[in-house]
Design a protein around this ligand. Structure first.
Ligand SMILES: [Fe+2]
Ligand SMILES: [Fe+2]
Length: 280
């Protein structure tokens, strides 16, 4: 991996043992290439994001671009604190539906779980690049664009809602995107929560980028997947001959992690707590 991009998990629900990193229900990755550094998601809180960046020796002001997988608080909560320290006009990549308000059914009333900053605040502090199409962030680093074709099950939660008229409807997760990083022998797929569905996201990447996927990391939202679906996901990954690493973390769920581990083996399936340097 000497000359290729370097990928590090900055925030996750778990941390590497005996590290000084902090954990929380959230996710962030850093991609370092010869052309610059891209932060993918910001975790749930500025406190954890800034602490972990500091422990890992990463200066927020040196980050060249930010990409956001989707609006949920556990991926965007660190945004305000990051932007206070990031360079003005930081390039910001996301799907146009990012600004739709998101809610979760918790108790009596749906609770807001979306973006912590208004669009106007982001427009003032960043250079917004919003598109449902794939966007190049740096050479070799792309957003997947919208995962519109969803023939396989999505990574849904029955609690996730958006407003429609006077009522509530299930969140369509239209904003959900992943990142693709070119590594020597193929593509590294970095997922946020994969609400669009891991297999739908994989299909999109295979169709759009036409290169083999050699590694996957991030939230795969399989925590409530049925046994049948876990078997189907495992089988599909097993049949993806190019795949050499799978790092399920965040919302993947322990049952899914062990199902994948059993199917694909420990050479391929690895844990991915905060602090993990991803190899491929
Ligand atoms: Fe989410
Ligand atoms: Fe999440």
């Amino acid at each position: 991996m000497s000359d290729g991009p370097k990928l590090t998990c900055i925030v996750d629900n778990a941390v590497q043992s005996s590290s000084r990193l902090w954990g929380e229900h959230g996710l962030a990755f850093l991609i370092e290439t010869k052309s610059g550094q891209v932060l993918f998601d910001t975790g749930q809180s500025g406190a954890v994001l800034l602490h972990n960046l500091a422990v890992l020796g990463i200066d927020p002001a040196a980050i060249d671009a930010l990409a956001i997988s989707h609006a949920h608080y556990d991926h965007t909560g660190g945004l305000p604190a990051l932007l206070e320290r990031a360079r003005p006009g930081l390039p910001f990549y996301a799907h146009p539906d990012l600004f739709r308000e998101r809610f979760a059914r918790r108790g009596e009333r749906p609770e807001f779980i979306g973006l912590p900053l208004a669009r106007e605040a982001l427009e003032a502090q960043t250079a917004l690049h919003l598109s449902a199409e794939p966007q190049q962030i740096l050479p070799g680093v792309w957003t997947t664009g919208e995962v519109a074709s969803r023939r396989e099950p999505e990574g849904r939660s029955v609690h996730h809602l958006v407003r429609e008229g006077m009522g509530w409807v299930p969140d369509p997760y239209q904003d959900d995107m992943s990142l693709v990083v070119e590594v020597g022998s193929g593509l590294f797929l970095l997922c946020g929560c994969c609400h669009a569905g891991l297999l739908n996201t994989l299909s999109r990447v295979q169709r759009v980028f036409e290169r083999p996927i050699v590694a996957i990391a991030g939230g795969t939202h399989l925590a409530s997947a049925s046994t049948d679906h876990l078997q189907h996901v495992s089988q599909t990954l097993l049949e993806t001959a190019s795949l050499r690493r799978v790092y399920p973390n965040h919302c993947s769920g322990e049952v899914a992690f062990h199902a994948l581990l059993l199917a694909l083996g420990s050479d391929i399936v690895r844990p991915c707590p905060a602090g993990t340097g991803l190899d491929f």
